[in-house]
Design a protein around this ligand. Structure first.
Ligand code: ZN
Length: 292
């Protein structure tokens, strides 16, 4: 499932192509209403003729900001993928929506035709993704519901700690809660907890300020390294040019089987479920001190 580093990689890949581009028309693929927040005719009518000013990311959401401050919001769900293609190529299977655009920028000949047009396709085999048009008020409300961005330098450790320390939930579940911290999913939560030496089952209200500080700094280092490696590809994730990420080669414990030796101390790793998600931890590097 694409998390903050994957969505940020897609944003960075697409921004140079899409900023300043105009939507000429929307193409209807398979079952667009499974993905769209608005009915297809409304969506198609509203995007036509709009110019994209910039690409934004908030948590795991990608947004194209138009000149009238409306946003085209994209959440990739589990298997959503954005792909660039030539305007004349037929839409492939599982492609739900596509936009025909014209860009003022010089683009690779593989995606653009002689008239400067290209297509951005949205494909999603499992159809958990969502696309919708948001007013500036809708966007502000969405942003308000999400927790702070972990890479925002204005987020300091005492604020992060304050958000956690009154909660009785397990720290892993709190990290996955988008209203507490935005953009973190299963992969980077496991990696950051390992790097910080904090067990996924630790209750938030037992965390000290210095542990919260360690965790915030681990989150930042893991997310930054993952963005530098263009994200993690376990199975489906590709950027908008079809390239896989490379951070899977740097993962320490995410997805490891129980009893695999810890990469740091060789103690057998343990697997558990927290908040309905599988988690991996090292009982020695991440001691579980206070569980009740
Ligand atoms: Zn260990």
């Amino acid at each position: 499932m694409p998390e903050l580093p994957e969505v940020e990689t897609i944003r960075r890949t697409l921004a140079p192509l899409l900023c300043g581009a105009t939507v000429l028309t929307a193409l209807r693929g398979e079952h667009p209403d499974d993905i769209l927040l608005d009915p297809w005719p409304t969506f198609a009518r509203h995007v036509r003729g709009r110019q994209i000013i910039t690409l934004e990311r908030r948590g795991k959401y990608l947004a194209f900001r138009f000149s009238d401050e409306r946003r085209l919001l994209i959440h990739l769900g589990m298997t959503g993928e954005l792909q660039l293609s030539q305007p004349d190529s037929p839409l492939p299977r599982h492609c739900h929506i596509a936009l025909v655009l014209r860009s003022p920028h010089p683009l690779p000949a593989t995606v653009i035709d002689r008239r400067g047009r290209f297509v951005l396709r949205y494909r999603d085999t499992r159809r958990f993704g969502r696309i919708g048009l948001l007013t500036p008020e809708d966007w502000a409300a969405l942003s308000q519901r999400l927790g702070p961005e972990p890479l925002d330098p204005e987020l300091d450790a005492p604020t992060f700690w304050q958000q956690l320390v009154h909660r009785h939930t397990r720290i892993k579940a709190a990290l996955l809660n988008q209203s507490l911290i935005a953009g973190v999913g299963n992969i980077y939560a496991d990696e950051a907890l390992f790097q910080a030496g904090i067990h996924p089952l630790r209750r938030c209200d037992t965390l000290t300020l210095s542990e919260a500080e360690r965790l915030l700094s681990a989150l930042r280092s893991v997310l930054t390294a993952a963005i530098e490696s263009r994200g993690t590809t376990i199975r489906d994730y590709r950027d908008a040019q079809g390239r896989t990420g490379r951070y899977q080669f740097q993962l320490q414990i995410y997805g490891q089987q129980a009893n695999t030796p810890c990469p740091r101390c060789r103690t057998p790793l343990e697997r558990m479920r927290v908040g309905g998600r599988s988690s991996t931890a090292c009982p020695r590097c991440q001691p579980l001190l206070c569980t009740v």
